[in-house]
Design a protein around this ligand. Structure first.
Ligand code: SF4
Ligand code: SF4
Ligand code: SF4
Length: 313
């Protein structure tokens, strides 16, 4: 085990742009015994053999572990596998999602601040993009039946991974094991060895449970998410950027048949967007807040609710 000198550690921290808030927790994110590999990769992209040669010892197992921990990334150069430093953003994401025992060792109030910093980084990246490009992505809010259709139409292997937005934000107690990925190579964390391969049947159970919980289904290229508005990075960022309804794309709006409604309030309990308000068992609707997720439709015992395609209602 080799430790690097303090001046090299400072150089490494600078290259990783460690914010002052996180500096006291640097050793939590990066164990001192991995800094020698990290330091060698500052501004470098090297193979495992090249790293080992520079270190003067065989570091293959250590390199594998650093890759799994999202401290370094794998790239391909001239058909050879090379490694480069990952970002603090990616390391925080991985730790909060897959290394809960380490993440939860950080005091609550500090975790909250780290999570705010993390979301801020995400938002800044989006702000640098052309906003019209963000809204052109294929991320859409869909009702349960469309999420299941999307799943059934895929020939890819299916994986379940914990929701990184909820794991990092920790704004609620909603279920976290809700991110369905279609294709092993489609999520970096699965490539790093996380996630669990599941059957289509299990994926359908997960989607049904998420719907009952009131989570909003979103589909995008190779993924089906089940989101809460309080944690979901895309939904929170779209609100900040004034892109609600276009990212994720809103396709439907709820409609009520007042003759069928008995004012039980089950729809209101499920809706994350506060569309419903009840007064003397009479439902009032704020249609502008509806994102057409359809969880209220499935929750209504009287079939009083339905979804109307936007633009046709
Ligand atoms: S998009 Fe939704 S389900 Fe996916 S990681 Fe974010 S909150 Fe979780
Ligand atoms: S769940 Fe259905 S019946 Fe109950 S208040 Fe909502 S719309 Fe009315
Ligand atoms: S009212 Fe709209 S946003 Fe609320 S649960 Fe129903 S479809 Fe979803």
């Amino acid at each position: 085990m080799l430790y690097i000198e303090e001046n090299k550690k400072v150089e490494l921290m600078n290259s990783l742009n460690i914010p002052s808030l996180l500096a006291p927790y640097f050793d939590t994110f990066y164990n001192p015994d991995v800094l020698d590999v990290m330091y060698i990769l500052v501004n470098n992209r090297l193979s495992a053999e090249e790293i080992s040669k520079k270190l003067g010892y065989e570091a293959f197992d250590k390199i594998d572990k650093l890759y799994k921990d999202a401290i370094i990334n794998k790239t391909s150069e001239d058909n050879a596998v090379k490694y480069e430093l990952s970002t603090l953003f990616t390391r925080v994401n991985l730790m909060a999602t897959f290394q809960r025992e380490v993440w939860e060792n950080i005091p609550d109030e500090i975790r909250k601040k780290i999570s705010e910093w993390h979301f801020g980084e995400f938002l800044d990246r989006k702000k640098k993009l052309d906003l019209s490009d963000i809204s052109k992505n294929q991320n859409s809010i869909v009702p349960l039946n469309e999420a299941i259709d999307y799943l059934m139409s895929s020939d890819e292997d299916i994986y379940i991974i914990p929701c990184d937005c909820k794991s990092t934000s920790e704004n609620c107690n909603h279920s976290k094991n809700t991110c369905i990925t279609l294709g092993k190579s489609k999520a970096p964390s699965i490539e790093r060895g996380y996630g669990r391969k599941i059957s289509k049947e299990e994926a359908i159970v997960i989607l049904n449970d998420a719907d009952k919980e009131g989570l909003i289904h979103t589909i995008e290229s190779h993924a089906i998410c089940n989101c809460c508005t309080c944690c979901c990075y895309p939904m929170r960022a779209s609100k900040e950027l004034g892109l609600e309804t276009v990212w994720p794309k809103v396709k439907y709006v709820v409609s009520i048949d007042e003759d069928k409604c008995v004012g039980c309030g089950l729809c209101s309990n499920k809706c994350q967007r506060n569309v419903f308000s009840l007064e003397n068992r009479k439902v009032n609707m704020n249609y502008d807040s509806c994102v057409g997720c359809g969880v209220c439709v499935n929750a209504c015992p009287k079939e009083a609710l339905s979804l109307m395609p936007l633009g046709k209602s």
